[in-house]
Design a protein around this ligand. Sequence first.
Ligand code: ADP
Length: 770
Amino acid sequence: MNQLKFLSNGGEMEILIREKDWSQTTIGNPIVWPQALRTTLSIILSSKFPGFIFWGKDHLCFYNDAYRPSLGKDGKHPHILGLNGKEAWPEIWDIIKPLIDQVLNTGEATWSEDQLIPIFRNNRLEDVYWTFSYSPIYDETDSIAGVLITCVETTKEVMARKELEKTIDHYHENIMQAPIAMCIFKGDKYIVEIANRLMLELWGKEADQVLGKPIFEVLPDAKGQGLEEIMNQVYYRGEKYEASERLVSLIKNGILENFYLNFVYQPIKDAKGAVKGIIAMSTNVTEQVLSRKKIEENEKKLNLVIEDSKLGIWEFDFKVNNGVFTDRYAQIFGFENKDNLDRNKILLLLHPDDKNIRDLADSNLIKTGYLNYESRIFWEDGSIHWIQVNGTLYYDKDKPLKMIGTIRDITDEKKYEKDLIEREEKFRLLADEMPQFVWTSDIDGNLSYFNKSVYKYSGLDERIISDGKWIQIIHPDDREQNIQLWINAVTTGHDFVFEHRFKRHDGEYRWQLSRAKPQKDKDGMIQMWIGTSTDIHDIKEMDDQKDFFISMASHELKTPITSVKGYVQLLQSKYKKSDDVFLTNALSILNKQVGTLSSLITDLLDVSKIKSGSLVLKKTTFKINELVEDVIGEIQNINTKHQIIFCAEADAEVFADRENITQVLVNFLTNAIKYSPDSLNVNVKSSTSNNLVTISVIDKGIGLKESDRKKVFERFYRVEGKNEKTFPGFGIGLFIASEIIKKHDGLIGVNSKLGEGSSFYFSLPLEANS
Ligand code: ADP
């Protein structure tokens, strides 16, 4: 068999070829086989790569050892060797025949990858995948005599791939339905392969905005937050990365939002362990983190408050008979901190005199479930301190479970309280010794304390007056106004000032001037009221006598002065043309002085009338501007130095006493001239607003201090100082003016600045409203 050298390498297929009886086939014994067949056969038989040959027009089949496993068990091997193709591969002849023909007819090789060519093996028709090439085998005559098939069975790979695809599909499905945000980034550009709805929501993007794109191109703001470094680490090192409550800021719908995320980046590896991508799973824990942070913050605040309040906190667990104490608790008992606290010593520190307080608190605790007491304790250094203990008992059903409470060092408060009591004692002693009445009230106006003088004067005992019945001391005619003014003071916080009559033990009423001032704390909050009442009865009587005297005197003087005035004027007209200069001058001075005297007496009479309430108004309707012009005319006649300029902004009618209003205006104008000696102008202005007409007299004179501004309308008030002598007057003009305007339901006042001038004004209701 030397001629069969190509079959002598010892493979299974060589043996089979050698042993087969080829005489029955169309190609006869191997000795006569054409060289082309022999050469090709020898190549494939010595090759470790699977090879198959269809030879001749019958397509006789040859294959090598490497091909053999693809035929499986109990299949075509070995009986298809030398069989014609159609018989050997009936199940796929339809598929492969065209390929064979193509090669035979065109001489061109074919190439197919992972092609499904099911074959019968292992007793059944199996799906087998192949990557193969059909190429022509030329014989000596250069014609194509057979087809060489080099092939590899790729069934395992295809199946593995299909399995992988299925797994990935499944994976994708899982990702899409996952209850947490999930996505897959592919490759080192981290291209978004898939992202579920939750992930898209977290990014604030729609699927088409992100799928197939590198994630850091889609979310550039995430790049600078260390996320790319983390992904690089996962990708290049192949290590999983887990983050907990990581702060990530993303711009969502144009707004920068902060998230706290728990996430896992897991590398996706292929069969060989090479990282192909990253699967990311993320849970948005922002709400939980924020609410936890809030709780932590509140806890911190609470601790700060507790620390600030200097409260010691304690908790006692009855189940384990053990307590937990804060450092402050220990410090209140004189220990350095809770670690040095000796619980057994605590009870011994209680002041023996306060033992009953503690016992009482304990028995109350059993009854009510609350522990409250204040007692003294001894520190180890012998000093005495006050503590205030509060606690609440917590039960499990009926059994005490634990008690939680606070402790406060109230030593300073107690000392302050003691000082206060001592001070109050002193104040009482002082107040009781005073002849004046002293009384106090709480912030609501309830009178709570009266000094001894009140009881002595009224003859009433403490119980009666302090029981809110002090009003009985006040004269019945003064009560209503008294109550009104007191309520007003208490509600507004303004001083209370009132002249009223107090009933003495013998039934006689005496005038008192009462004043009360609110006492405020450092924050300006009213704490109490302190009042005094001073007996002004005698002064008042003298005042009445004075008023009576003034009234009588001015009455008595009025007639002679009027008569003197008449005679002076008669004499003046009689000696008008006299050459006796002395006589005419004397008469003129006499007339002026008598005029001054007469107007002074008129003023005094007016004061008396006002005091006695007999000032009667004779009201008529007139134009206020006309009256102002008339008065200005008169005053201008006798005062030539100042120029009075009237600016009439309003032309209003009033219903008023013409004579009285004239008197007010005269007073304003003469004052303006009198108190502005260095000025040349006085301005008068009329204006209307809010149904009132206002007349203002403005000067650039000496002006008034704030404290004087309110008082100039009081009777006999004159600004003190050197001006008193410079400017003659009685201090009654503005008092009369103010009483007249009040009687007209009008307003009177002054705006002024010391050294810069004053603007005195009065307002009257317009005719339609009066
Ligand atoms: P008198 O007769 O003293 O002027 P009035 O009652 O008219 O009495 O005025 C009371 C006080 O008011 C005056 O003594 C003066 O101190 C002050 N006063 C009144 N008008 C003016 C004014 N135009 N400028 C400055 N002070 C004035």
